[in-house]
Design a protein around this ligand. Structure first.
Ligand code: IFM
Length: 406
């Protein structure tokens, strides 16, 4: 007998994207870095086309088609982003044509009866902002606030849920500690300043949006990680896991002092913490094309952890790179089973968004990883549903997960 797990009424089913990864034709700190990587013959970066975002998926022009794909998945919501560098190419000078462009996109989403989750900042910065020191610059919060003010005034009427900032800890860690992402620094002090400014920027954005729309739902997304002591009896591993959970998952949220109406969790990772270097030893029984461990139980853990913040939770991203689409259907179903378990234990989870609608530009990894429910042909940019798109569409349509218990 198949088992059926019903999700709460009004549960929001959706897909997530970000502006830079799909729109194409953007010049910002990331595009500048991509060019520098090629120019400097960075090792492993051989095939230029794979590591230059360039036209991406051309969603800037193909947004109507993309929105139709969201509808084909029976999703009620779409998480999309704005590209700050388009809207404010020079400090304080807004590009009205781009404002109008985004109005058209948002109106098209509304015409399709989609709830809009709008991300304001998803790791990319205008060149002038980066040149002034990016998020480590003391003026960063002032600059970001000006941009949020414009968006709230000119585009805010179409937004159902606001994500001020996407995965701030990833930007701080990869941008300022490991130098994997722009601005490619290894400087603890800059990392500290950037983190602090991102906290303040969220707070400022939260206030500005609420000044325009009293009832606005404003939150942010965190890349949540389940840190598990490898041996529950080892006090050192237990302490390390607790510390990692505090630093990576909780600290940022605690610093916001309740200034959020919901929290978005992006879940991809689990770390089995060990007491000795390299402090992590995952079993990796199942992995994605990127070698990331598949660990669906972790989504239950991160949801239970964030329940303590006593605000509605959304799974704003969950997905995998799986070009052959052999694992995606089971991946989604398994994660949903564990999310359902959290819900049945009283955790206030309001929605699930698969990452991502399309194969897109996976940052430093380029176009090779295929996260999409829809494959994108890199030559023609034609979109084609993978078999898992059909499975996800069934789940969204019926607001339930049907599966065969083992
Ligand atoms: O592609 C990214 C996205 O931009 C942010 N969250 C994680 C995804 C997969 O790495």
């Amino acid at each position: 007998m198949p088992k059926i797990l019903k999700f709460p009424q009004d549960f929001l089913w959706g897909v997530s994207t970000s502006a830079y990864q799909i729109e194409g034709g953007i010049e910002n700190d990331w595009s500048e870095w991509e060019n520098a990587r090629i120019k400097n013959h960075e090792s492993g970066i051989r095939e230029n086309a794979n590591f230059i975002c360039g036209i991406a998926c051309d969603s800037y022009n193909r947004y109507e088609e993309d929105l139709s794909l969201v509808k084909d998945l029976n999703c009620g919501a779409y998480r999309m982003g704005l590209e700050w560098s388009r809207l404010e190419p020079e400090p304080g000078n807004f590009n009205l044509e781009e404002v109008l462009h985004y109005r058209k996109v948002l109106q098209a989403a509304k015409a399709k009866n989609l709830k809009v989750v709008l991300t304001l900042w998803h790791w990319t910065n205008p060149l002038w902002f980066a040149a002034q020191g990016g998020w480590a610059n003391p003026k960063a919060v002032k600059h970001f606030s000006r941009y949020v003010g414009l968006v709230a005034r000119d585009l805010g009427e179409y937004v159902d849920y606001w994500v001020t900032i996407n995965e701030p800890m990833v930007h701080v860690a990869n941008g300022y500690l490991t130098a994997k992402f722009p601005p490619n620094k290894k400087n603890v002090f800059s990392a500290w300043r950037a983190g602090d400014n991102l906290i303040k920027a969220h707070g400022a954005g939260y206030k500005i949006i609420h000044e325009h729309f009293k009832e606005a739902k404003v939150g942010l997304t965190m890349l949540t990680n389940y840190f598990e002591p490898a041996h529950a009896v080892n006090p050192l591993e237990f302490a390390f896991a607790k510390l990692a959970n505090y630093c990576w998952n909780d600290r940022f949220i605690k610093k916001l002092h309740g200034q959020y109406d919901f929290l978005g969790l992006d879940y991809y990772f689990h770390d089995r913490v060990i007491w000795r270097s390299p402090f992590k030893e995952n079993l990796n029984r199942q992995v994605t094309d990127l070698g990331w461990e598949i660990y669906p139980q972790g989504i239950y853990r991160v949801l239970k952890n964030y329940a303590k913040f006593r605000k509605p939770l959304f799974i704003m991203e969950n997905g995998l790179a799986d070009a052959a689409d052999k694992k995606r259907g089971k991946f989604i179903a398994d994660h949903l089973k564990y999310a359902h378990q959290a819900i049945s234990e009283g955790v206030d989870v309001r929605g699930y968004f698969y990452w991502s609608l399309l194969d897109n530009f996976e940052w430093a990894e380029g176009f090779a990883p295929k996260f999409g429910l829809y494959a994108v042909d890199r030559k023609t940019l034609a979109r084609a549903p993978r078999p898992s798109a059909k499975l996800y569409a069934e789940i969204c349509k019926n607001n339930q997960l049907k599966f065969q218990p083992l």
